[in-house]
Every structure is written in structure tokens, then in C-alpha cells.
Design a protein around this ligand. Structure first.
Ligand SMILES: NC(=O)c1ccc[n+]([C@@H]2O[C@H](COP(=O)([O-])OP(=O)(O)OC[C@H]3O[C@@H](n4cnc5c(N)ncnc54)[C@H](OP(=O)(O)O)[C@@H]3O)[C@@H](O)[C@H]2O)c1
Length: 252
């Protein structure tokens, strides 16, 4: 990672924050982006390799500025980590279309915006890595998570297609599918009723997810799934979908 220039969205909190820290410690220059400037400033104060540029991934102009400023300052862009995300827990019948649109705008169109802005630079360089943070809910859909799952299923399909389009330009597309992780994600998600958390147990640490992301970049992995339950759920969905439906129905 030494000398690499990285942009990470959603770096003010959780997985993004820990990944930014880990990358900076590994010697990268990391542009940290999110909407809130103050947590970015505080994070940047912990390591000289962290450079804050506040940006909302739903804003075309802000995304263009983020990418252009990075290239102006550091001359290149080696890795883009599309991590910014928002959860939503609601029954389909109760889902307000404007909330669904907001989740899709951050989780899917935000990735599209950032990727489209970064690709010309990576093509010019003849190298680059785009890392998309999806979820185990990109392969298994659970009740009360329809919109969130739809956004992550879409992101997985987008990543698979993009990988085929850019491989010959020397650009890797890496998809990370984290399982349940202890971050403020569950305090922030859109929900009208019911519990925010799907499980009473503690999730994996965001520091662990960060190390997996770094390893995936170093080894140029295609896709990495995390947590035993997440991996098991993905396989079970393929092999015994009826049984998975039966067990998930009980959690509505
Ligand atoms: N936690 C889990 O169990 C889990 C599991 C699987 C996948 N994931 C995925 O992992 C990623 C990170 O989630 P997390 O758990 O670290 O959650 P988190 O702590 O809530 O972090 C979400 C980050 O996204 C940023 N963000 C939200 N809307 C944004 C926007 N419009 N523009 C720019 N930044 C925006 C937030 O910063 P600001 O509010 O400052 O903008 C924050 O930094 C997400 O894509 C999530 O779907 C999480």
C-alpha cells in the first residue's frame, strides 16, 4: 500500500473509518470522504496520511470535485473504495418511496457516480482498483430489508458486469460482502418501527473488515464474503432455498 493514493467514501464512521486508518498505517495516502466534515477532521488529525474532503455521494458536483481534487493534489488515483451506505428496515407495505429512493441513491447510484468519475483516470493510468462494499445481504434477502437488499443485489450485479468491462484496462473490481459488523450503521438506518438490529449478539469488529479489505486489494481478489453465518447463508440459499425461506419467515 506504500505510496498508493486511495479514496474512501463513508470514512467518517464504522468500516470506512477503520479501513482509512489501516490504509494510512500501511503507507497509503487516503482521501477520506463523507458528508460530515467534523468527524473527518478529527480522523485526519490522527495520521498525516489521511486527507479529509467532505463529499456527499448523492451530489454529482461534489463527487466530481472529490475525484478532481484528489488527482490535482496527488497526481493519481490507485484505489477507490465505495463504502458509503445507509440501511433500511421496513416492511414493503410500509416503505415510503422517498426513503427507498434515498437508500438506492446512496448505496447504488452513489457507487455509480464515484466509479464513473474515477474510471477515466484509472484508464489513463492503465491500472487501478475499485472496491465495492456490498453485504452478505447482496446474496440472501431477509424480511424487513427489501430495499437495502435490493440496493446491495444491484451493487453486486453492477460490480460483476463492470469487472468484465474494465479488466483489459488493468482495473480490478473487488466486491466485499461483510456480515453483521458492530458500527453505528444500526443507529443510522431508516426504520419506522421494530428493532434496528437483526441479532442480539455482537457483530464482527470493523477493524477486522478493514484488514480483509486491505488483503483483498493486495491479493487482487474478485469477491470476499465475511462472517461464518453470512457465508453459510449464501450457500444454503443456493442449495436449500426452501429451508432458508422457512427459517427467515420466522423473523418477520
Ligand atoms: N455494519 C454492518 O453490519 C454492515 C454489514 C454489511 C455491509 N455493510 C456496509 O458497509 C458500509 C459501511 O457501513 P458501516 O457499517 O460502517 O456504517 P456507518 O458506521 O453508518 O457508516 C456509514 C458511512 O457512510 C457515510 N454516508 C452515508 N450517507 C452518505 C452520503 N450520502 N455521502 C457520503 N457518505 C455517506 C456516513 O458518513 P456521513 O453521515 O458523515 O455522511 C458514514 O461514514 C455500508 O455500505 C454498509 O451497507 C455494513
Amino acid at each position: 500500500m506504500k505510496g498508493k493514493v486511495v479514496i474512501i467514501t463513508g470514512a467518517s464512521s464504522g468500516i470506512g473509518k477503520e479501513t482509512a486508518r489501516a490504509l494510512a498505517h500501511a503507507g497509503a495516502t487516503v482521501v477520506i470522504a463523507a458528508r460530515r466534515a467534523e468527524p473527518l477532521r478529527q480522523l485526519a488529525a490522527t495520521h498525516p496520511g489521511l486527507v479529509p474532503i467532505p463529499a456527499d455521494v448523492t451530489d454529482d458536483t461534489a463527487v466530481t470535485r472529490l475525484i478532481e481534487t484528489t488527482v490535482e493534489k496527488f497526481g493519481r488515483l490507485d484505489i477507490l473504495i465505495n463504502n458509503a451506505g445507509l440501511g433500511m428496515r421496513a416492511l414493503v407495505e410500509k416503505t415510503k418511496p422517498e426513503d427507498a429512493r434515498q437508500v438506492m441513491d446512496i448505496n447504488f447510484f452513489g457507487v455509480l457516480r464515484c466509479t464513473q468519475a474515477a474510471l477515466p483516470i484509472m484508464r489513463r493510468q492503465g491500472a487501478g482498483q475499485i472496491v465495492n462494499i456490498a453485504s452478505v445481504l447482496a446474496v440472501i434477502a431477509t424480511p424487513r430489508n427489501s430495499i437495502y437488499c435490493a440496493s446491495k443485489f444491484a451493487l453486486l450485479a453492477f460490480s460483476d458486469a463492470l469487472r468484465l468491462e474494465v479488466r483489459s484496462a488493468g482495473i480490478d473490481v473487488i466486491t466485499i460482502l461483510p456480515g453483521y459488523t458492530d458500527t453505528p450503521f444500526f443507529d443510522n438506518l431508516v426504520r419506522y418501527d421494530g428493532s434496528a438490529r437483526m441479532s442480539p449478539f455482537a457483530g464482527q469488529r470493523p477493524e477486522h473488515v478493514a484488514q480483509v479489505i486491505l488483503r483483498a486489494c493486495r491479493r487482487r481478489r474478485r469477491q470476499v464474503s465475511l462472517t461464518f453465518l453470512g457465508i453459510l447463508g449464501g450457500w444454503a440459499k443456493r442449495l436449500v432455498p426452501g429451508f432458508v425461506d422457512w427459517s427467515l419467515r420466522r423473523s418477520v
